[in-house]
Design a protein around this ligand. Structure first.
Ligand code: NAP
Length: 281
């Protein structure tokens, strides 16, 4: 544990999961391993505007932000980085002498999780969903040269996202046709998350062993979609070269957190320490 003194830098966490998030263990282990005088503290928020002013006026170095504040917090910040601006949501704040910058590492976190098992350039990627997470992921995959198709229940949202990213969209009834020649399919909707954990938007017959299947849901760790992908011959990433691979939502969660650490401290993150800490919790 860091020795708390007048120089200690506080990294806060604001969001509904402040009690259950494993991030405090991961960050505090990393601060300790690098001998950084930082501490990570989850906070309960009862007034968002005043909480943000608290960050500014107490000199809190940074804050992780999650639901329900990712969009609601925007009016209280001074500036947004380019990712937060185009996504229209933040998952981190950096305080530089009272000036609050909003950032978003969700999209790059998803890309890092996918890159553990596959390259993205030139690959046909289906993103299911057009909400906040899908938006972050779509921009980041387009940056890596992936060829995207947005598929969403509400067509207007799919059209708007496809227009913003400059990619194709498709209605959900055409998923079967789109998936035939896709390389990667990502569930970026909330379908499959507890309490809808026995649901999946993709029929298992559509999951062939040549696909990379990612579900960004992390609760439960293994969604119905990922279970069925495994059942169709999709293997864990360790099983290289044996059919398709699956990517868990908790890998995105891990990498978006690693990228935030870099933003907060300007120091190279100790990946192995962070990985061990999150697995040990
Ligand atoms: P959001 O903005 O509320 O978007 C929800 C999306 O799910 C929309 O596209 C919505 O479609 C779709 N959807 C919801 N219910 C549906 C249903 N019954 N049938 C078809 N589509 C449905 O939520 P979000 O912030 O993007 O989050 C989505 C999921 O990602 C959540 O489970 C969240 O926990 C997870 N997430 C994970 C990470 C990570 O690091 N692993 C990060 C962020 C989010 P419509 O447009 O038709 O409503």
């Amino acid at each position: 544990m860091a020795k708390i003194n007048g120089d200690t830098q506080i990294v806060a966490f604001l969001g509904a999961t402040y009690k259950t998030s494993k991030m405090y263990g991961m960050y505090n282990a990393a601060f300790e391993a690098l001998g950084l005088n930082y501490i990570y503290v989850p906070f309960a928020v009862n007034d968002l505007e005043k909480a943000v002013e608290g960050i500014r006026h107490l000199g809190i170095r940074a804050a992780g932000v999650t639901i329900p504040y990712k969009i609601a917090i925007l009016p209280y910040l001074d500036e947004l980085d380019s990712d937060a601006k185009r996504i229209g949501a933040v998952n981190a704040i950096l305080n530089t002498n009272g000036k609050l910058l909003g950032a978003n590492t969700d999209g790059k976190g998803a890309v890092k999780a996918l890159q553990e098992v596959t390259a993205l350039a030139g690959k046909k990627v289906i993103v299911l969903g057009a909400g906040g997470a899908a938006r972050a992921i779509a921009f980041a995959i387009a940056d890596e040269g992936g060829s995207l198709v947005i598929v969403n229940r509400t067509q207007d949202a799919a059209v708007a996202l496809a227009k913003a990213v400059d990619c194709k969209y498709q209605t959900i009834d055409k998923l079967e046709q789109e998936i035939k020649d896709a390389h990667i399919v990502i569930n970026a909707t909330s379908v499959g998350m507890v309490p809808t954990d026995n649901e999946s938007l993709i029929r298992k017959e559509l999951l062939s062993s040549r696909l990379v299947v990612m579900d960004i849901i992390s609760h439960p760790k293994e969604t119905r979609l990922l279970k069925e992908a495994k059942g169709q011959g999709c293997k864990l990433k360790e099983a290289k070269g044996q059919g398709c691979k699956i990517v868990y939502g908790d890998r995105m969660l891990f990498w978006q957190g690693v990228l935030k650490f870099q933003l907060y401290t300007k120091v190279e993150p100790p990946i192995e320490v962070m990985e061990k800490a999150i697995n040990d919790l």
